[in-house]
Design a protein around this ligand. Structure first.
Ligand code: SAH
Ligand code: SF4
Ligand code: F3S
Length: 460
């Protein structure tokens, strides 16, 4: 019998990437194999994002291309839409794209086999956008993981914050946390299978609570031997309390990149966004973090939205000055995009597109100046990275991220760079670009490599 194949295309955040790993696991259990050829796929899934309008539009233009592939196969191809666009639009997707066979909501992944069987059993198109509060409870063995080094682990799903611009609470549902023992067991299994880095996932990861809180969870996972680095996305500033920051300080494996998404530097806009802090409270939080992490190298990053409805020019400039006041190592900035059903829709008072684009450019240019200075200040310092990229023969044969999440390309003439893969190594930073650093192995590291004895890892 010829093998059946699947292809999953993924947009959006790390949560979506991990959902893709879960769907790949489900399809493998059903006997499907992955293919990298679009026209070889018997099942083609688009795992989608709807955070901004552009992301949603991309899905429909991609579907237009897949329609043609399906026609070339005389209709013998099952097309499914999964992820946040599926959850948001449900069966309405069929109105715009009638050649789609299934719509799989974000909480319905476990239904995929029944839905595929239903289509093959001539039961017609399938849609499932029901809410399943237990959807985050998957067997740890299920995901078909895309990396053998970095393992993603869901710790919570959903969001109860309802920031007024954001569609995520509608597409991912109410907050729910996974039992901490399940998380610990999954991480221990990953460590046993050779994983070195884990990435804890959730829409609001530091509001995790399931008999223990996020700080406790970090401390428990830090004790698991074999794991070198623990990262997490996405946190909310309001849930970075002193206890969490102290856990980050005390746990040498936990990443010291503090992502503190401000969204705006103006208190009136923050209130309209429903962010639950003012500029002043946000700055107090930054000060608390600096105090607790005194002596620990860490980076600060943030997300910003410009042109939120009603944002006056001087209010936008409060966001620009926040960049100077805080000194972010990196920011992710977006112009506001109206999302259907969100609280901000009723604010009206849109900022014209041209003005939004102008503000975004100013913000990004300003950040580039701040960032350059901060990156320059890293030159001459030592760092420890976990090697996740190896390119034999390249001038920079290895690369990896610092504990505070800056990518370092390492110049080295040492042979067999493959042996570094998954290993922590000590480097001296010798040069910098705007986003990445360049380094070389420390003399100490080279000497220990030559003598083949384990090197003691610096905590920097
Ligand atoms: N849970 C995360 C957010 C995920 S969305 C958090 O709270 O930080 C990632 C970023 O996309 C947000 O931080 C915000 O800056 C941006 N974003 C969300 N909705 C948006 C919208 N409607 N228009 C523009 N940017 C948006
Ligand atoms: Fe969206 Fe706000 Fe929840 Fe983040 S905290 S996912 S921005 S509603
Ligand atoms: Fe996008 Fe959904 Fe993630 S809207 S950012 S894929 S939670």
């Amino acid at each position: 019998m010829t093998k059946k194949h699947y292809f999953i295309e993924t947009w959006g955040c790390q949560m979506n990437e991990h959902d893709t790993e879960k769907m790949a696991g489900i399809l493998s259990e059903m006997g499907y194999e992955p293919t990298s050829e679009v026209d070889q796929a018997d099942v083609y899934l688009l795992n989608t994002c709807t955070i901004r309008e552009k992301a949603e539009e991309k899905v429909f233009s991609r579907l237009g291309v897949l329609k043609k592939v399906k026609e070339q196969r005389d209709g013998d191809m099952l097309i499914g839409v999964a992820g946040c666009v599926a959850q948001q639009n449900g069966g309405h997707i069929f109105d715009r794209a009638p050649y789609v066979d299934l719509v799989l909501g974000t909480q319905a992944l476990k239904k995929l086999p029944d839905m595929i069987d239903g289509i093959h059993g001539h039961q017609g198109r399938q849609v499932d956008t029901h809410k399943d509060p237990k959807n985050h409870l998957f067997p740890a063995s299920l995901p078909k993981r895309s990396s053998s080094l970095r393992g993603r682990v869901t710790i919570m799903e959903g969001c109860d914050n309802y920031c007024t611009y954001c569609i995520v609470p509608f597409t991912r549902g109410r907050e729910r946390s996974r039992p901490w023992q399940d998380i610990r067991d999954e991480v221990a299994r990953l460590a046993d299978s050779g994983y070195k880095e884990i990435e804890l996932l959730g829409q609001n990861v530091n509001s995790y609570f399931s008999s223990v809180n996020f700080a406790y969870l970090l401390r428990a996972l830090n004790d698991i031997s074999g794991i070198e680095v623990i990262r997490y996305v996405s946190p909310h500033p309001k849930d970075f309390d002193r206890e969490v920051i102290e856990a980050i300080r005390d746990c040498p494996k936990v990443a010291t990149n503090i992502h503190l998404p401000a969204q705006s530097g103006n208190s009136r806009i923050l209130k309209r966004m429903g962010r639950e802090y003012t500029r002043e409270l946000y700055l107090d939080k930054v000060a608390m973090i600096r105090e607790v992490l005194d002596g620990v190298p860490f980076s600060l990053t943030s997300d910003f939205i410009v042109g939120f409805p009603g944002e006056k020019e001087h209010e936008f400039w409060d966001t620009v000055t926040l960049l100077d006041e805080v000194g972010y190592d990196r920011i992710f900035s977006f112009s506001y995009s109206e999302r259907p059903g969100t609280g901000a829709v009723k604010h009206g008072d849109p900022v014209p597109l041209k003005e939004k684009q102008y503000r975004l450019k100013i913000l990004q240019q300003h950040q580039a100046e701040v960032q350059k200075e901060l990156m320059d200040a890293r030159v001459g310092k030592a760092a420890n990275i976990l090697v996740d990229t190896v390119k034999p023969g390249d001038r920079y044969p290895i690369a990896g991220r610092t504990r505070d999440n800056i990518l370092v390309h390492v110049e080295s003439e040492i042979g067999n760079p493959e042996r570094f893969y998954g290993q922590p190594v000590n480097v001296d930073i010798v040069d910098t670009g705007l986003h990445t650093l360049r380094g070389k192995l420390t003399d100490h590291q080279v000497k220990h490599l030559a003598e083949q004895v384990p090197v003691e890892i610096a905590t920097a």
